[in-house]
Design a protein around this ligand. Structure first.
Ligand code: ZN
Length: 97
């Protein structure tokens, strides 16, 4: 005979799991040391104070600058940004996507 699951315990477990996943949703982008050669990559440069380039609503991922940790993209899938370099407006680093 199986033991009845303790619903309180399950709830606690679920919350722990969600927290762990939440941590994994932050993806650090790789810094490239030099700006890419002209016509080889698309480099996006951001004006203003907000470092966020792209905000989507399809995922829970946050893509942060590999140097200063500013959020550059969120809510999108990595497959949606291919061959794009983001120049962080906080620390001027070139982030590979
Ligand atoms: Zn940065």
């Amino acid at each position: 005979m199986k033991k009845k699951k303790n619903p309180k315990k399950d709830k606690l477990f679920d919350r722990k799991r969600i927290n762990a996943e939440g941590h994994n949703n932050i993806i650090k982008l790789n810094i490239i040391p030099e700006p890419p050669l002209p016509y080889t990559r698309t480099v996006l440069i951001k004006d203003g104070n907000d470092p966020l380039f792209i905000k989507g609503y399809t995922t829970k991922f946050k893509f942060v600058c590999g140097k200063c940790g500013s959020i550059l993209m969120e809510g999108i899938d990595r497959k949606q940004v291919i061959n794009i370099v983001l120049k962080c407006n906080k620390c001027n680093s070139f982030n590979d996507t």
